[in-house]
Design a binder for this molecule. Structure first.
Ligand code: SF4
Length: 337
């Protein structure tokens, strides 16, 4: 939990979650000092963060173990010199997002679903992110072009579900989300709204009753897919955020990425599934790493991934085993491994 001194209250009208965002660590130096880590890690981190900026919320950092450079949560956000290596097979857009842009801010890859890139902003910058090189300035949904995106969706009656993605769509203010959801709900053939967000895990204060009211204000069925990779990402605040959503009737799912040095052990994955379930979140996908430039040091070889998955199948009930998948550019669905 954040101490009072961690956040300088800006003004009473600014929501608490936005105050927390304003207090997030935006330099590696701050995080290393907070965690009592060796400043020798700094030069490489500073260099690597010129490729993809550094950001982490204090609530997420508060789950990291002080003095441990191998902490699995720290590894997800700490820039390393490895990111600067050029590795064959790794490129800027391994999942073919640019190719799938159908209108400003609209990715249309799969039958019946269209995805809106609502914003380029996130609460933390995950070093393995498949959109770390994504040209958000050109490809996200600008407010002025919302109509073009919604016209595209309105013009294709096969689309039944709209996915709000980003960046992180819950970085948008409630008013903007409410307006956007209202306009989506006005398209008669849309039935479901899916939200992909890491905020319930890394900034649980974002889940407020006002936000939930705004998500549920329309006629659409709402599903929330969170993104957690390790059981240590859960604490009471994260649990409370999940409980608020659950009590409001929002189905909760989780997608994780299999990451070397973070969660590539069977016990870790089992503990994650059990923790998710304890909080009413269904383990949905375990993704193999998307081969994005700068992320090769997170890659878990296929053979090892399959062996780990075999252990999950043997040790967990079926409903706690996420689907092991790989996203392939141009494929009509996420490909089961
Ligand atoms: S929160 Fe999601 S979109 Fe944002 S950096 Fe992390 S993985 Fe990427």
């Amino acid at each position: 939990m954040l101490g009072d001194q961690s956040i300088h209250r800006i003004e009473p009208t600014v929501p608490f979650w936005q105050q927390e965002m304003a207090a997030a660590f935006t330099t590696v130096e701050q995080l290393l000092a907070f965690l009592d880590l060796d400043p020798a890690l700094l030069p490489a981190a500073v260099k690597a963060s010129t490729q993809f900026g550094f950001k982490v919320t204090r609530s997420y950092a508060s789950h990291m173990k002080k003095g441990d450079p191998d902490d699995p949560l720290l590894r997800q956000v700490l820039p390393l010199a490895d990111e600067l290596n050029h590795v064959p097979g790794f490129g800027p857009d391994p999942v073919g997002d640019i190719e799938a842009l159908a209108a400003p801010g609209v990715l249309h890859k799969y039958h019946g679903r269209a995805l809106l890139i609502t914003t380029g902003a996130c609460a933390i910058h995950c070093r393995y992110c498949f959109r770390r090189a994504f040209p958000y300035s050109e490809a996200r949904l600008p407010r002025q072009q919302e109509s073009l995106a919604l016209d595209y969706i309105a013009g294709d009656e096969s689309i039944r579900e709209v996915i709000l993605s980003g960046g992180d769509p819950l970085m948008l203010a409630d008013e903007r989300l409410a307006g956007l959801i209202g306009r989506i709900a006005a398209i008669p053939h849309i039935e479901r709204l899916r939200i992909h967000s890491r905020l319930p895990i890394v900034l649980p204060s974002r889940i407020t009753s006002e936000l939930i009211r705004c998500l549920l204000a329309s006629r659409l069925s709402v599903v929330l897919v969170v993104h957690a990779n390790h059981a240590a990402e859960f604490d009471r605040a994260v649990g409370n955020a999940a409980a608020l959503l659950r009590q409001a009737g929002v189905p909760l799912f989780n997608q994780s990425v299999l990451l070397k040095g973070v969660n590539d052990r069977a016990d870790t994955l089992i503990q994650l599934s059990e923790t998710l379930f304890k909080h009413g979140i269904i383990p949905y996908y375990l993704h193999l790493l998307d081969k994005t430039t700068g992320t090769a040091h997170f890659d878990v070889p296929m053979e090892r991934a399959v062996a780990l998955y075999g252990v999950l199948l043997r040790r967990l009930p079926g409903y706690l085993v996420p689907r092991l998948v790989r996203e392939r550019a141009g494929a009509a669905y996420k490909v089961p491994v």
